[in-house]
Design a protein around this ligand. Structure first.
Ligand SMILES: N[C@@H](CCC(=O)N[C@@H](CS)C(=O)NCC(=O)O)C(=O)O
Length: 210
């Protein structure tokens, strides 16, 4: 809640496809931060007409006070700062940023096998992802989770939401046991899911596998 008497924040408009992928972290940040926003979901057939009017020719786009901004992670960091989920100091912000960059790297590897058309190559990429890339990633995250149960400092931050988002997607696409060897990450995912505002958002968000 803004302090009493503070000017109302302009309502932001987040435009993305009707997917999670590169847009969902921002939606989760708005949800956890309790900040209302316009959640505009563009159907694929409407996209070609809109593309030329976006800053980078891609989505997501965030509109703040009438101006449009592109790049998913710049948008997520802005929202995180606005709603108090971007750390208490620069060192915490460094730790959060490190996690966000790690999640972007992981996402590239998540979608490699998903979009691969050649079945043999797809199987090879899936095996490498499930047996090597993901377990190594999870071990690194597990080692970062402290006594508080959060990744950075003693409060929930964008780092936790970004990890919840990418791991929830992996689990929902069928890799249901991937967290079994990293109990702290497993508990983190459950803890994020149980946050009352996140729980309410998850209950009403559209179904999607991506
Ligand atoms: N680096 C950009 C990449 C954005 C991006 O590639 N968005 C995809 C959707 S996930 C897109 O707009 N695709 C449609 C197109 O390129 O025409 C970001 O993180 O926002």
């Amino acid at each position: 809640m803004p302090p009493k008497g503070a000017p109302a924040k302009p309502k932001c408009k987040l435009t993305y496809f009707n997917l999670r992928a590169r847009g969902e972290l921002s939606r989760l940040l708005f949800a956890q931060g309790g900040q209302d926003f316009d959640d505009v979901r563009v159907e694929q057939d409407k996209w070609p007409a809109l593309k030329k009017d976006t800053p980078s020719g891609t989505l997501p786009v965030l509109e703040v006070a009438g101006k449009q901004y592109g790049q998913s992670m710049a948008i997520a960091r802005y929202i995180a700062s606005e709603v108090g989920l971007n750390g208490k100091n620069n060192v915490e912000r460094l730790g959060i940023d490190e996690c966000l960059c790690d999640v972007v790297d992981l996402m590239t590897k998540v979608f490699g096998p998903v979009f691969e058309k050649d079945e043999a190559k797809k199987a090879e990429l899936t095996k490498e992802f499930e047996n090597t890339i993901l377990p190594e990633y999870l071990k690194r995250v597990d080692s970062k989770i402290g006594k508080s149960g959060w990744i950075v400092g003693d409060a929930i931050s964008a780092a936790d939401l970004a990890n919840f988002d990418v791991l929830d997607g992996i689990i929902n696409r069928g890799n249901t046991k991937c967290l079994d060897k990293t109990p702290k990450v497993k508990a983190l995912v459950e803890k994020v899911k149980a946050q009352p505002k996140i729980k309410a958002y998850l209950a009403k968000r559209p179904a999607s596998t991506m």
